[in-house]
Design a protein around this ligand. Structure first.
Ligand code: C5P
Length: 222
């Protein structure tokens, strides 16, 4: 596989990270979970008592505490300020604040620059909300994954159960809708499908089927 860039965008729990990880492993590409970067910043804001509306304070945190990823046999670990935050950034406290944190223009400017540096040599699978539109507008392959909100809530509910996080299904569904709403209506690079992205509705589709569909798209793009 050539060192192409693969951009995978979509709303919360649309299956982006699961398929992105599988494809990155198969192609031996770098996998970058950009949501984990915004989550890490939100975690930093909580632990350093920076309020979510303090744009300058949030930018200072990005500059002061580098976010890094480490590939292990068990999966990707996320570190910030020398600490393993892989599980901490998935807690509801972070999940429910991340859209507010990530809506700031200057926060996005910093994050997009970091993400573009990671991807500068290609050979990358990056997932997020604005990869195809803002971070890697020249990506060779762009995918936009969607799924019904009920199915996405079911997926997240199961994931949470596996992680030992107790959640109420209806609350989860509302939280996902709320996050989608903020992510899609923010002023700076809202969640939106790039003109040249291929949309896949993963409702009722197995992960293998989604991966197969992306293989086909990669093949067609040559
Ligand atoms: O992908 P995940 O659900 O972990 O992303 C968490 C949040 O980070 C999103 O709801 C969104 O607010 C923000 N995000 C973003 N741009 C990205 C990736 C994530 O604004 N490229």
């Amino acid at each position: 596989m050539k060192n192409i860039s693969l951009a995978i965008d979509g709303p919360a729990s649309s299956g982006k990270s699961t398929v992105a990880k599988l494809l990155a492993k198969e192609f031996q590409f770098i996998y970058t979970d950009t949501g984990a970067m915004y989550r890490s910043l939100t975690y930093l804001a909580i632990t350093h008592h920076v309020t979510f509306d303090d744009e300058a304070g949030l930018v200072d945190l990005i500059k002061k505490y580098p976010i890094s990823f480490k590939q292990t046999e068990e999966g990707q670990l996320v570190f910030v300020d020398g600490k393993d935050v892989t599980d901490a950034i998935r807690q509801p406290e972070v999940t429910n604040a991340v859209s507010e944190v990530s809506a700031h223009a200057k926060v996005r400017e910093e994050m997009v620059a970091l993400q573009q540096t990671i991807a500068e040599n290609g050979g990358v699978v990056m997932d997020g909300r604005d990869i195809g539109t803002a971070v890697l507008p020249n990506a060779e392959v762009k995918i936009f994954l969607v799924a019904s909100v009920t199915e996405r809530a079911e997926r997240r509910y199961k994931e949470n159960l596996e992680k030992g996080i107790a959640t109420d299904f209806e609350t989860l569904k509302k939280e996902i809708q709320q996050r989608d709403y903020i992510d899609s209506t923010r002023e700076v690079s809202p969640l939106t499908q790039a003109d040249d992205a291929v949309r896949i509705d993963t409702t009722g589709m197995s992960i293998d089927k989604v991966v197969d569909a992306i293989h086909q798209i990669i093949k067609e793009k040559g």
